[in-house]
Write a protein that binds this ligand. Structure first.
Ligand SMILES: [Zn+2]
Length: 205
């Protein structure tokens, strides 16, 4: 029952068919994404691991974190990863009017150079999306890792993601403190297992 929530619900996908939910290129490729950073605690660790494993990922950054940690942001870019805009203050689209929301994305764009956008919590109004889509491709996810959930074990987090991953999946993880334990357990195992299964790793585009 709970597993169903790991996949972005079909009804939301149908409401926003013009968002990117998965890459259907037919290739055996997955797309790791890390939201909410950069923060020193998890982003450094994530970058070191990705370098060690030789793969690239996509970081949907909070503008204010980039302002606070410009060197971390620069390292993401220098390491060859993709970046995306995730608003400046991690705003919930449903609770903010379109002007305020769009302005917050524009503010973030002063710190994040990208044509990709992911709405925090996945919550965005049609009117907000309409504005942003003139400049951005809106990238959602195929598999939500639940790394932030305190009620699941790291083993469970790993297992649930592995059960749901499929060619073209965009996998959502976080670079925030709440997700540290599950993320640090899951990511290295997931990379090794998916490599063993013949998957490659790509960046969002
Ligand atoms: Zn977020």
């Amino acid at each position: 029952m709970k597993l169903r929530w790991l996949r972005a619900p079909g009804i939301i996908r149908r409401l926003f068919p013009d968002f990117v939910w998965r890459y259907n290129s037919g290739e055996k490729k997955v797309y790791l994404t890390f939201d909410d950073g950069p923060i020193p605690e998890s982003t450094m660790w994530t970058l070191d691991l990705l370098k060690e494993k030789g793969i690239k990922a996509t970081f949907f950054c909070v503008g204010d974190n980039v302002r606070k940690y410009p060197n971390l942001y620069q390292r993401i870019v220098d390491d060859g990863h993709a970046v995306g805009n995730h608003t400046h203050n991690h705003l919930k689209g449903w609770y903010n009017n379109t002007q305020k929301y769009v302005e917050n994305v524009i503010l973030a764009s002063e710190f994040i150079e990208s044509k990709l956008f992911r709405p925090p919590y996945g919550l965005i109004k049609r009117s907000q999306a309409k504005y942003l889509q003139t400049d951005y491709k809106i990238v959602m996810w195929d598999v939500l890792s639940g790394d932030y959930r305190q009620d699941i074990s790291p083993e469970r987090c790993y297992r649930d993601v592995m059960k749901n991953v499929r060619p073209g999946s965009i996998l959502l993880f976080h670079n925030h403190l709440k997700s540290e334990k599950n993320m640090r357990y899951t990511i290295p195992r997931l990379i090794d297992e998916l490599h063993a299964q013949g998957y490659e790793f790509g960046v969002c585009h």
